[in-house]
Design a protein. Structure first.
Length: 202
């Protein structure tokens, strides 16, 4: 199931965003603290999530979501890390970065996770994509989802497929491999997918 732009925020994100007033403060070790719970959204991804390429780091999409929702009842946390892949059998695997470790440590406090990984996989494996890479990507995705849901069984999860890439070889790899894999995860899990690829194509 894929969601249009409007439905992504209005029908899904906003429908689950409800919390009591309160403050959540991230300490230096990236642990959630605060006496009152607010609705917490974790944005998981690579440099696109982190904010690379934005004219200002304060225009990274997690910051824009925070501004949209406001600061009184919501906390949007950026777990993006540049150059990371979903596939774990790669030196740039997301599971090896500090953001992943902080994510897992705090997963029980996250009410909603938005996952946007796969763009770098299309680049790293463009010349040697194989069935083994398919299996690694799917297994890595399933493992991440399992860890999140184990930490918080009530966590809402949204999947994002890679956005359109203007670099020909990169886009060809995205279209040939990654889009169908994200769709497969969506079909397996029933988690909604926001079709970033179609949205950014034009």
């Amino acid at each position: 199931m894929s969601l249009s732009v409007g439905k992504f925020f209005n029908d899904y994100v906003m429908s689950f965003c409800s919390a009591e007033n309160g403050d959540v403060v991230l300490d230096a070790d990236f642990s959630f603290t605060g006496s009152n719970h607010v609705y917490t959204i974790g944005c998981i991804g690579d440099s696109i999530t982190w904010g690379a390429g934005a004219t200002d780091i304060l225009k990274a999409y997690p910051v824009l979501v925070q501004n949209l929702l406001g600061y009184e009842k919501y906390q949007v946390v950026n777990f993006g890390c540049c150059a990371m892949t979903m596939c774990t059998n790669h030196k740039d695997a997301y599971v090896e970065c500090m953001q992943y470790k902080n994510l897992i440590k705090n997963a029980a406090e996250i009410d909603m996770a938005i996952i946007w990984l796969g763009t770098n996989d299309a680049d790293r494996f463009k010349d040697n994509w194989s069935e083994a890479v398919d299996e690694d990507y799917l297994a890595s995705y399933r493992d991440l989802l399992s860890k999140l849901k184990t930490a918080n069984p009530d966590m809402k999860i949204i999947l994002l497929n890679p956005c359109y890439c203007a670099i020909d070889y990169w886009e060809a790899s995205i279209e040939a491999h990654v889009l169908s894999l994200v769709e497969q995860v969506t079909e397996e899990t029933g988690y909604p997918m926001f079709d970033m690829h179609s949205y950014t194509q034009n």
